[in-house]
Design a protein around this ligand. Structure first.
Ligand SMILES: [Zn+2]
Ligand SMILES: [Zn+2]
Length: 129
């Protein structure tokens, strides 16, 4: 299992190291949600992630089955519930441990920040990979 946490450590979670895919998303929503050039994330079945601390302090933006889940104290983005609740996209920066997967592609490069240059050799996709 991998441990994850928010910046202030009010929220902690555990997730199986069994991610199905991982990517760097450059879409405008991910850039705004993270305040960064892109969001590295990895997808896994929702039931494989468990909030172990601070479940009553979550800030859930969206509905139960499609949302961004953040710490309600410090605001760190932890994960997003996607695909009608079947998967979560874990914000890789919230992991305290090292997952077996690494992002394999850049997606939504068509809406990439103009001030950021991709300098690695990973495949780039205009939209979905
Ligand atoms: Zn926090
Ligand atoms: Zn995105």
């Amino acid at each position: 299992m991998l441990n994850g946490k928010c910046e202030c450590e009010a929220v902690r979670y555990r997730v199986a190291d069994e991610f199905r895919y991982a990517a760097n998303c450059h879409c405008s929503n991910c850039r705004a949600a993270t305040g960064s050039a892109f969001k590295p994330f990895a997808g896994i079945e929702r039931e494989k992630l468990e909030v172990t601390d601070g479940a009553d302090r979550l800030l859930i933006w969206g509905d139960a089955d499609n949302n961004h889940t953040r710490c309600g104290v410090c605001g760190s983005l932890l994960y997003s519930v996607v695909r009608d609740g079947s998967y979560v996209h874990v914000a890789l920066g919230s992991l305290a441990d090292t997952p077996a997967v690494k992002p394999t592609e850049h997606i939504f490069v068509g809406s990439k920040a103009p001030w950021f240059e991709i300098t690695d050799a990973l495949p780039q996709h205009e939209e979905h990979g």
